[in-house]
Design a protein around this ligand. Structure first.
Ligand code: SAM
Length: 239
């Protein structure tokens, strides 16, 4: 029986191609198989980095994870090296990959990570909010009831919390938060980090909502919210 290949989980830039590590570049060139969410985005990354690869591209996303993971593990067991990336940032962090790493570990395949950009940590470090203890929530549930319950839980915790959002949905989330916390709760909005139109908005929730009134935000955003401090209270639950 031959040696199995290695599964490499690699972070890609969240906007600025300059954030691609030297190890990521090598891995893109050397992999036998690259699993990605979108082959056009992979091709764009390769172009931005002026790289060519002979790797076979495999589409691996939320919808086909369960079907693709065992196939990729077969390739690994056959001795092929598989590189997992996503459209931007760190795989598995609100992105596909969990099914693959689980299958690979179960098959006793070697796994390694090439760490790098992730929007969550990038936003936390810029927020000016306590970074020592934090909760990463990822995307909130879509259904209104579940969202409100989750937001209330998060807002009642003393740790800073991080939420992934679409710019379209951000005003709604801020409004929902305003129904739960006092207007002086500090928030940070990181928009389009490392990109040309990067924007950083910091302040008490009430002021931030007022300053965004009438604006249509575009692009990707991370919302970072101060935890519950001793001097603060949640608003009473009206439902
Ligand atoms: N796995 C990725 C990571 O580690 O950053 C996150 C993938 S998730 C599908 C996409 C979300 O990440 C966006 O909705 C946004 O909340 C956040 N995001 C990604 N890139 C960003 C950027 N350049 N600026 C701000 N937020 C970003």
């Amino acid at each position: 029986m031959g040696m199995s290949g290695t599964l490499t989980i690699a972070a890609t830039p969240i906007g600025n191609a300059g954030d691609a590590s030297a190890r990521l570049r090598d891995a893109l060139v050397e992999a036998d198989v690259i699993a990605c969410e979108d082959t056009r985005k992979l091709q764009r990354l390769l172009n931005d980095l002026s790289l060519r690869t002979t790797a076979r591209f495999v589409v691996y996303h939320d919808v086909n994870e369960r079907k693709q993971a065992p196939k990729l593990v077969e390739s690994l067991v056959d001795g092929k090296s598989v590189l997992l990336i996503t459209d931007a940032g760190t795989p598995l962090i609100s992105d596909p990959g969990y099914e693959l790493i689980r299958n690979a570990i179960a098959a006793d395949v070697q796994v390694r990570v090439l760490p790098g950009p992730s929007a969550a940590l990038a936003a936390l470090t810029l927020s000016g909010l306590p970074p020592d203890r934090f909760v990463f929530e990822g995307f909130l549930p879509k259904k209104s009831g579940a969202r409100k319950t989750r937001l209330r839980d998060l807002a009642g915790d003393s740790r800073t919390f991080i939420v992934y959002e679409t710019s379209r949905n951000l005003p709604r989330t801020l409004q929902e938060l305003a129904e739960i916390v006092e207007p002086d709760r500090k928030v940070f909005i990181a928009r389009e980090l490392t990109k040309v139109h990067e924007e950083q908005i910091r302040g008490p929730l009430g002021q931030v909502i007022a300053s965004l009134d009438g604006r249509t935000l575009k692009g990707e955003v991370v919302l970072v919210v101060e935890g519950l401090t001793r001097a603060k209270r949640l608003r009473p639950n009206e439902t």
